[in-house]
Design a protein. Structure first.
Length: 313
């Protein structure tokens, strides 16, 4: 099981622009030095100023901090990280495709892949916040269909000598696309989301399914569902990786409403047991947010995790 570190997330302790820049630079360097496989950024454009009031189950006291939705633009940030690192893969968890022009976005992703020497991972999602869609002038109602076509056009642009794609929402014909990516046939597509629709999209169009905040038991169930969907799409089940985004809290147990310990929180031994449970569930790749109060503690926890030999499980 491979492990990467999320650089921008709702638990990032840095919420000002310069602090975010410092956080990304320092944590990316520490992640590569400690031997992790990848670094990841998140995607958010704008959000309502009264976010906690609109979505109390997700944000506010005891939940995610709305101010931490202030994150840097994903591909721009990864371009900087690419120049500041030499080995780690560069992933987006996940890019909201309906906000973006598929041709320009494909060019940005393949440029990142070329400039980084073939390290890009194209994590994709449909988005969920209607207010953000309205601000971006994007179509909330048809976001699923547009995401599918965006992925299909990306595949066509990366693999066809002369791009030809005809969808309901996006079309291109007789055009030359540059640059072609280093990774063949294209930087891997990780489809984000816990829903059955996301699993179906991953089985049909993805190289990986990217879940979020699931227990090992839930991962095992999703993996079994994904295998069945791969069979239905005449694909080998192992051709689509099972991956997860989760939060790790080093040295401090968190509790669920029922009193049980939150997975990936607590002592090194508890976290080790959780990792082994994920491995037994068939998880191929874990992307961890590291919850801490400041940048120094975040880096210390990243180093401590690696120092306990947990990357080798």
């Amino acid at each position: 099981m491979k492990i990467g570190i999320a650089l921008t997330t709702s638990v990032t302790p840095a919420v000002t622009a310069q602090a975010q820049a410092d956080y990304v630079r320092r944590v990316a360097a520490a992640t590569e030095e400690a031997g992790y496989d990848s670094v990841w950024v998140s995607d958010r454009t704008v959000f309502p100023s009264d976010l906690a009031l609109r979505y109390p189950d997700m944000y506010g006291p005891g939940k995610a901090d709305p101010d931490a939705q202030n994150v840097l633009e994903a591909i721009t940030a990864l371009s900087y990280v690419a120049g500041a690192t030499s080995r780690v893969k560069l992933g987006i968890s996940v890019l909201v495709l309906p906000f973006r022009n598929p041709v320009l976005n494909a060019k940005m992703v393949t440029t990142l892949d070329v400039m980084s020497g073939g390290r890009a991972i194209f994590g994709v999602g449909v988005g969920w916040m209607p207010e953000e869609f309205a601000s971006m002038g994007a179509d909330f109602e048809h976001r699923g269909a547009q995401t599918d076509e965006h992925i299909e056009m990306y595949q066509a642009l990366c693999t066809q000598d002369v791009a030809d794609y005809q969808g309901e929402h996006f079309q291109i014909s007789g055009m030359t696309f540059f640059p072609r990516p280093v990774q063949k046939p294209y930087p891997p597509i990780w489809v984000g989301g816990n829903s059955n629709v996301a699993l179906r999209r991953a089985a049909r169009l993805g190289d990986a399914w990217h879940g979020i905040r699931l227990t090992p038991e839930e991962v095992a169930a999703k993996k079994a569902r994904l295998a069945n969907l791969c069979d239905a799409n005449v694909r080998e089940s192992n051709s689509v990786q099972t991956t997860l985004r989760a939060t790790m809290v080093w040295g401090q147990s968190q509790r669920n409403p029922d009193g049980s310990r939150v997975t990936l929180t607590g002592s090194p031994d508890e976290i080790r047991d959780d990792l082994l449970a994920y491995k037994d569930a068939g998880l191929d790749y874990l992307v961890m947010s590291v919850a801490a109060d400041d940048i120094e503690t975040t880096i210390k926890n990243i180093e401590s995790f690696a120092g306990e030999g947990l990357l080798a499980l």
